[in-house]
Structures are given as C-alpha cells and as structure tokens.
Design a protein around this ligand. Structure first.
Ligand code: SF4
Ligand code: SF4
Ligand code: SF4
Length: 375
C-alpha cells in the first residue's frame, strides 16, 4: 500500500461532496472552525484529528525517527555520509528526501553566577553553603566531611564552574535538539494553491500529496510558510521505454511527510513516533495532545525552565493551529522556525475581490468608450 494511491483514500470514511479533498476558493481560505479540518474538507463523521506533539526537551538527537521515516516510506538518502561542518547534523533541513529532520543547535550562554549543582570529588573550596550534600545519597560520608578536617590524598579536585574567578568570561554550552516535520496545518497554504488537487485533506485532518496526480508545478513549495514541501530532484522515468541512467522514484514530484497515512488507515502509529526511544514524538488525538503539551510547559516552567514554550499549537495562530506542534526550550528563531507563521493564502480572497472590482471597472470603462464612440 502506498500513501499516494487514491484507491486507499477514505479508509471506510465517506466524503460528503465526493470530491478530492481540495477545496474551492470560497472554502479554502476560511478557518476550519470547531468541526475541524477534515469535516471542513467534506469528510462525513471523520475520526478524531490525528497529529504530533514533539517535546524537544527530551529529544536525544539519535535520529531514529529520521531513519524510520526513510525506511518505511522508501525515501532516498540525503547526505548520509557527510557532516555539514557547522554541527553534528548531516541532513541540514526538511526537504523532498528528508521528511523528518533532527536539528542540532549548539548554544553558548554566559556561565557567571550559574550553579550547576554538580560537584566532582570533595574539593576543599567546595565545602560551603553552595555545595549540594545530600544525606540520602552520601549518608555518613557526608557527615564525616563536615565533622573532620580534610586529608589531602593527592586526588585531583575541581571547583564548581561558578566559583572560578574567570567564570564571567566562560560560557555554558548546551545542545538543543528538535525533530522537525510538516505541521499538517489547519489552514494549509500548500493545499490551497495546488492546482491539480494532488494535495488533499485526509479524514484524519492531515495533508497528503498524491504522487501520481502532482504535475511538479511547485506552487505548493512557495505556498508553505515553513519551507517544508519540495520537489524531488533526480532522473525521471521516461514516458516510453527504459532509461540508461538510474531512475529516481517520484523525481519532480512534490514530497513531504504524509503523517504515515497508510499506517493510520491500518490503525498503526506513524513510523517515526514508533521508533522514538524517549517519546519526544508523541502521536495521538490533537485535542488530547494539546492538553498534554500545555501541562508539560507548565511543569517545565514551574521547575525553572523559563524558555519552555509551545510552537504552532495555538488554534488562533496564523495557520489555525498545526496538527504537528512543538515544545521548544528557546525562541522559535533559534530553531530556524518562523516566529509568526501565517498561511500564505490568507490575503487571497481580498486580492481576488480587488482584482474582480478592477476588472469590472475596466469593462465598464470599455463599454462607456464604445457607446460614446457610436454617438
Ligand atoms: S507545513 Fe507546509 S507543507 Fe505542511 S501542511 Fe503546512 S503548508 Fe503544507
Ligand atoms: S509521520 Fe511517517 S511520513 Fe511523517 S515523518 Fe513520521 S515516519 Fe515520516
Ligand atoms: S527518535 Fe526521538 S529522541 Fe531520537 S532524534 Fe528522533 S525525536 Fe529525538
């Protein structure tokens, strides 16, 4: 079964308009409303909307999700053997051959005044109020440290980073890791501008390309505010006969994450979420995931992680809330995400209205000139 096979669309769910999931201008640029994007696209009694909550705070950068996606969907390799030189990343960005992309962001922040809470050995300078000495962990050993003078055993000892006189000039280093993917937007610019109906809204509320209907025009590439979808580069199969060169599957066709449509139809978890060992990628009903994400942010902030924030989850946001949203530990720009994404077709109804008025004005002027010339 392939996600691009229209024969598999539907999965037992019927569309009211028996259309192709591709809306007319009057419907396409409006909010999906409380019924959700699948009902808005014409699915009758669709199942609950499915999506991802990606909690980047527990991503370990193992790239199991990237590999599982390639494996399940037969996505060609994309720079597997080269590092970029700018980080430990080797795939760089989402694209036609990278439907999941694990970002590695190396970040330096000032260290001054930062108490890491870590102590190695029992250094003389560390015996003070800022040392974490746990009765539970150290027991009688900890008590003996406080009761007796220290004996120098010649062992190396380390100060806390914050105790060093040059701490203000040194920096703390941290990795931010985030597994990026198509957002399966509620208001999806890619779908709005597709002239062939190759992009369609599934009964799960996701956005999927039908490979055999895409004509490779690339409108969707410009229509996505996140830079997700792209056409695959490679040797196309000849219309007749055989190619001397190796042929690339779906060359010239727009490609992106399908949210494993074929697996959803079989009631299976998407491959990337299934492979994630830390549950950084959480799959499920979007409404339930939103509640879970809001609780997780509140917990992190209560624990002092003040940078924790949700991205693309807000139904009032510029894409009407994404089906795949994220918990970030810093501002979206740090991850290369647009800070305030807006569906690229938001202004189209107004533009069409103005174009219509202008055309009507031109027609009226031409008619007046014609009638005036006959007198
Ligand atoms: S993120 Fe881009 S490709 Fe994905 S649904 Fe939204 S507009 Fe389309
Ligand atoms: S949902 Fe499926 S197609 Fe999308 S990134 Fe995960 S494995 Fe790839
Ligand atoms: S599989 Fe999970 S932990 Fe590993 S890189 Fe992907 S999201 Fe991160």
């Amino acid at each position: 079964m392939t996600h691009g096979d229209p024969a598999h669309q539907g999965g037992g769910h019927a569309r009211v308009d028996a259309g192709d999931g591709h809306l007319g201008l009057d419907q396409a640029f409006t909010s999906a409303g409380p019924a959700g994007p699948a009902a808005h696209a014409g699915w009758e009694a669709p199942p609950s909307r499915k999506g991802f909550f990606t909690d980047t705070s527990i991503c370990i950068g193992c790239k199991a999700c990237e590999v599982a996606c390639k494996e399940w969907n037969g996505v060609p390799q994309d720079g597997i053997y080269e590092l970029l030189g700018s980080s430990y990343d080797n795939t760089g960005a989402l694209g036609a051959n990278t439907w999941r992309h694990v970002e590695f962001i190396e970040q330096r922040t000032p260290m001054a005044g930062l108490d890491t809470g870590i102590t190695i050995g029992v250094p003389e300078t560390a015996v003070g109020p800022d040392v974490l000495v746990s009765e539970d962990i150290l027991g009688s050993m900890a008590r003996s440290v406080h009761d007796k003078p220290l004996v120098d055993l010649g062992m190396p000892a380390f100060d806390l980073p914050s105790a060093s006189p040059d701490a203000g000039e040194r920096t703390e280093f941290r990795w931010l890791m985030a597994s990026n993917v198509c957002k399966h937007c509620t208001n999806a610019g890619c779908l709005d501008v597709c002239p062939t109906g190759a992009l369609f809204r599934t009964e799960f509320g996701t956005v999927v390309v039908q490979d055999d209907i895409c004509n490779g025009c690339g409108y969707c590439v410009a229509g996505c505010p996140f830079g997700v979808i792209d056409r695959r580069i490679g040797q196309k199969a000849p219309l007749v006969g055989h190619s001397d060169k190796p042929v690339t599957k779906n060359a010239g066709v727009a490609q992106k994450c399908t949210l494993c449509y074929d697996r959803l139809l079989d009631d299976l978890t998407p491959a990337c979420a299934k492979a994630c060992p830390t549950q950084s990628i959480q799959f499920g009903d979007v409404d339930e995931l939103r509640e879970r994400a809001e609780k997780r942010v509140a917990d992190l902030q209560a624990a002092g992680v003040m940078g924790a924030q949700l991205y693309a989850e807000d139904p009032e946001g510029g894409v009407g809330g994404a089906g795949a949203f994220f918990l970030l530990l810093d501002e979206p720009e740090v991850y290369g995400f647009p800070p305030d994404p807006i569906v690229t077709t938001a202004d189209l109804p107004r533009m069409w209205k103005h174009a219509g008025l202008a055309a009507a004005g031109l027609l009226a002027a031409a008619a007046a000139a014609f009638l005036g010339g006959r007198r």
